[in-house]
Design a protein around this ligand. Structure first.
Ligand code: C2O
Ligand code: CU
Length: 481
């Protein structure tokens, strides 16, 4: 049973939407920038600051947020593959921060994990990050300090690395998806770490935004047009499953990494927190018509995210030819015959079986854990802070298979820093496409086998990207030495 929600929710008053899941839209149009020579240095400034943003649309008062350069999403970083970036980060918050470049294979010291890879950036200070953009694709950036609140209040932005030879499309469009917990007074709730959310599925907000607003702007298309839609899930905990009614989108990349072009599984593009999917949409609809894009992940709360709306004049009569394959990134191919295998279990949470786990070196029971604000564990250890004894020390240059077992009643998007990995098996059966990812969504009681070459030295975070779960213990460190 899917109730279709009116589009112009904000115009009827957002109060009415709080009871349900609000959902809306905005079109982000970007033209691919002209060719830039490789190995050039590109400089960016990012300031983390308290700000106000028209999250609920222009007819409602602005909302107090924290934002990069005062915008949600933050300033888009867009470079060409092979370029080097130098990013000056200024902290105008009243608390420490760090910035993580999610999915980019950067040197360990540039990875933005507090205490593990750098000292946090104190309030009022500036910090320089600098690295080469090895892989083309759709990435994003966000703080990795107190991220439940910092990301939850709006600190994130898209990081796009264009291919040296881009796909032939008419437009490149970025949709950054997020959700928010609003109070009746029309401001963000301050309750960023309530124990119910922490022990269950994380904080699922009551309003969904697209590119930082709930205002209704459809994606306008012209017949025959080809759009590359880069989807980024920046929510703390919400999972999206997007259905493009009346269209046949093709997935060309997961988490920035090319995959054999294919129709979304079961007609839905699924994005767990932190995941990205690039889809190609050919405008095959009828002139003047409108087609809803729906999110049906939480079936009882299915809603309409936005619409694809057709102009009356087509752009071209015949669709473009089917040349959608992206050039692969320079990732080391794991040697499937010589891999060492390790098993990693994700445990805890409401309705789980975990009774005890180690917290700061001591075996504690689940009640004591919850009193300490913790609820989750990796291989029997509850993480506290970011500096942890490694659960694994991998030999640099060797191939590894990690069997990730979700021993809980909740889905978890598991993210490894510093590497991309192939998802080679699910529930002990081979996957259809061996897709490269940096974040793998594992449903309750299921498993996924990932394979990769440990080729980036350092101590790397390995954690659930439901930020409340990470903070509550579902985090570990993997060392590559
Ligand atoms: Cu999006 Cu540990 O990162
Ligand atoms: Cu989780």
């Amino acid at each position: 049973m899917i109730a279709r929600q009116p589009i112009a929710v904000t115009r009827r008053g957002f109060m009415a939407t709080l009871a349900r899941i609000g959902a809306f839209s905005l079109l982000g149009t970007r033209t691919v920038s002209a060719g830039v020579p490789n190995n050039s240095l590109r400089e960016f400034e990012l300031q983390l600051e308290p700000s106000t943003a028209p999250l609920l649309g222009t007819e409602y008062p602005k909302v107090n947020v924290w934002a990069f350069n005062g915008q949600i999403p933050g300033t888009e970083i867009r470079v060409r593959q092979g370029e080097r970036v130098r990013i000056a980060v200024t902290n105008r918050l009243d608390q420490e921060t760090t910035v993580h470049w999610h999915g980019l294979r950067v040197p360990n010291a540039q990875d933005g994990v507090p205490h593990l890879t750098q000292k946090p950036i104190p309030p009022g200070s500036r910090y320089m990050y600098e690295f080469d953009c090895l892989d083309a694709g759709t990435f994003w950036y966000h703080p990795h300090t107190r991220s439940v609140e910092q990301v939850g209040r709006g600190l994130y932005g898209a990081f796009i690395v264009e291919e040296r030879k881009p796909l032939d499309v008419d437009r490149d469009v970025v949709w950054v998806l997020d959700d928010w917990q609003f109070t009746r007074a029309g401001q963000l709730s301050d309750a960023f770490y309530n124990l119910h959310d922490v022990t269950h599925g994380g904080q699922i907000g009551n309003v969904v935004s697209l590119n930082g607003t709930t205002d209704t702007l459809p994606l306008r298309l012209r017949g025959g047009e080809r759009v590359r839609l880069r989807l980024i899930n920046a929510a703390n905990a919400r999972i999206f499953a997007l259905n493009f009614t009346g269209h046949a989108p093709r997935v060309v990349a997961y988490d920035g990494q090319p995959v054999a072009p294919h129709a979304p599984v079961d007609d839905h593009v699924v994005l767990g927190p932190a995941m990205r999917v690039d889809v190609i949409i050919d405008a095959t609809g009828e002139p003047g018509k409108s087609y809803p894009v729906r999110d049906t992940f939480y079936r009882r709360f299915a809603y309409e995210l936005t619409d694809l709306v057709y102009d009356t004049e087509p752009l071209r009569r015949k669709p473009l030819p089917d040349s959608l394959a992206l050039v692969p990134n320079p990732l080391s191919e794991p040697d499937l015959k010589a891999m060492q295998t390790h098993e990693i279990r994700f445990q805890g949470g409401a309705m789980g079986q975990m009774q005890h786990a180690k917290l700061n070196g001591r075996l504690v029971d689940i009640r004591e854990m919850v009193r300490a604000g913790k609820a989750w564990a990796v291989n029997g250890v509850v993480a506290d802070g970011h500096v942890l004894d490694p659960i694994l020390t991998l030999q640099r240059g060797r191939s590894y298979r990690l069997t990730l077992i979700n021993d809980t009643a909740w889905p978890h998007p598991i993210h490894l820093h510093g590497h991309s990995f192939r998802v080679i098996r699910r529930n002990d059966r081979p996957t259809a496409r061996n897709e490269w990812q940096d974040t793998v969504l594992i449903p309750p009681r299921e498993s996924a086998d990932i394979a990769f070459v440990a080729d980036n030295p350092g101590d790397w975070m390995f954690h659930c990207h439901i930020l409340e779960h990470q903070e509550a213990g579902m985090m570990a460190v993997i060392r590559v030495a």
